[in-house]
Design a protein around this ligand. Structure first.
Ligand SMILES: [Zn+2]
Length: 339
C-alpha cells in the first residue's frame, strides 16, 4: 500500500549561510566518506490508472530502469544484499534491490516484460489469500509459478491484516496458514517477509521473527548500511513520478533511538532520546507525522528533547535526520501490546 510520501529531510530547516554552510558541508562530507549505503525500493501496481496512489506507469518504470542503468547502479537480488549484511561484507552504494508488494495482476501483465528486458532481478511479496480465493485483481497460482522463473516469491501474509491490531494468536495462525499454502501450491518456502501496509511494532516483529525468516523488510524511507538490522530493513516506495536522485541520496543514520520505544501512553509523545555514534554531530532534525520538520540539538552524541506532542495519525512516523542520513521509528497503536 501507499507509503505516505515524506518531504526530503529538508535542507531548508538548516540555514546554509556563512559559517553554518561550511559546518554542515563538512559534516556532510565526513558522513559520505564513512558510509556506503544500498537502497531497496518497493512497487505496487503498474500501468494501472485506476489506482494512482499505488501505481507506476510503464513509461515511468522504463525511465527509472534507464536511470539505474545509465548511472552505474547495479540491480541485485535481495538475497545478495542480505548475505553481504549477514557476513559483514562491504555494502556497495550503487546497489539497488527491487521489490513488489501485493502480486497485483498488473505486475504480471504490464511490468514483468520490462523486468525481463532489463534482466533485473526482483522479489515479489505475495498476499496469499488474494490468490487462493481468486480475487480478480491478483495473480493466479499459475501466474506466480511463471513469475518465479524470473524473480523470488516472498511472504506478505495470508490475509493482509493491519498487524498491530491483531492478537498474537491471530497473527501466528495467519503466518502458518499462508506459509503452508505457499509450500503446498508452489513448493516454495519464502526467505523474506514484508509487513502488510508496512505496519509493525516490536510485538509484531517478534512474531514474524519466530517463523524463521532470513530478513524482514519494512516500508520506512531510508537506506541499507552495515549497521542495518536484517530484521528491520528500510524500503522506499516508488509511486507515480519518482525522484530517484533524492531517494538514492538517503543514507542510514547510525543511531539508537532510546525513546520513544513504542506508541506512547495516551498517544502523547513526551520525549525523544537517541544516541548517535559520531561525536562531531552538533545538530539534527526530526520529522513527526502531522507536524513536519523541527530541529534537534545534539550534545556529546546524545539527543535528549522534551516534545509533548499529541500523535495525530493512526500510523505516525518519527524520522531523525543528519543531512541525508535518516532513521525512522514507526509509532502505531497496538491493540494488544500497548493500549
Ligand atoms: Zn501489501
Amino acid at each position: 500500500m501507499k507509503l505516505q510520501k515524506l518531504l526530503p529531510p529538508s535542507k531548508n530547516i538548516f540555514n546554509f549561510k556563512g559559517i553554518k554552510k561550511l559546518f554542515f558541508l563538512s559534516l556532510f562530507f565526513s558522513y559520505s566518506s564513512l558510509l556506503a549505503d544500498a537502497h531497496i525500493f518497493v512497487y505496487h501496481r503498474f500501468g494501472d490508472n485506476r489506482h494512482p496512489t499505488t501505481n507506476t506507469s510503464i513509461k515511468e518504470l522504463i525511465k527509472e530502469f534507464d536511470y539505474f542503468k545509465n548511472n552505474g547502479y547495479k540491480v541485485i537480488k535481495l538475497d545478495t544484499l542480505v548475505n553481504a549484511l549477514k557476513h559483514h561484507q562491504k555494502i556497495d552504494d550503487k546497489w539497488v534491490v527491487l521489490t513488489i508488494d501485493d502480486n497485483f495482476k498488473s505486475f504480471y501483465q504490464n511490468a514483468l516484460a520490462v523486468f525481463k528486458e532489463y534482466n533485473y532481478p526482483f522479489s515479489l511479496f505475495v498476499y496469499i489469500k488474494a490468490t487462493e480465493d481468486r480475487y480478480p485483481d491478483y495473480t493466479s497460482w499459475k501466474e506466480l509459478k511463471e513469475i518465479s522463473k524470473y524473480g523470488s516469491l516472498e511472504f506478505h501474509s495470508y490475509s493482509h491484516p493491519h498487524m498491530t491490531y491483531k492478537s498474537d494468536k491471530y497473527l501466528k495462525e495467519d503466518f502458518k496458514k499462508g506459509l503452508e499454502l505457499m509450500k503446498k501450491r508452489l513448493g516454495i518456502t519464502p526467505k523474506y517477509f514484508a509487513y502488510p501496509y508496512g505496519e509493525y511494532d516490536k510485538r509484531v516483529q517478534n512474531i514474524a521473527k519466530s517463523f524463521g525468516f532470513k530478513a524482514i523488510i519494512n516500508q520506512n524511507i531510508g537506506a541499507i548500511s552495515k549497521y542495518s538490522d536484517i530484521y528491520d530493513l528500510d524500503r522506499n516506495a516508488l509511486v507515480g513520478k519518482s525522484n530517484l536522485k533524492r531517494d538514492l541520496s538517503y543514507k542510514e543514520l547510525h543511531i539508537d533511538i532510546i525513546e520513544p520505544k513504542e506508541y506512547p501512553k495516551n498517544g502523547i509523545l513526551k520525549k525523544i532520546m537517541a544516541k548517535l555514534y559520531d561525536k562531531n554531530i552538533k545538530s539534527a532534525g526530526y520529522y513527526l507525522s502531522g507536524y513536519g520538520w523541527s530541529k534537534l540539538k545534539v550534545k556529546n552524541a546524545l539527543i535528549d528533547k522534551e516534545v509533548e506532542k499529541k500523535l495525530i495519525k493512526k500510523r505516525n512516523r518519527l524520522v531523525i535526520n543528519v543531512n541525508d542520513a535518516i532513521k525512522t521509528k514507526l509509532l502505531i497503536k497496538d491493540r494488544y501490546g500497548n493500549k
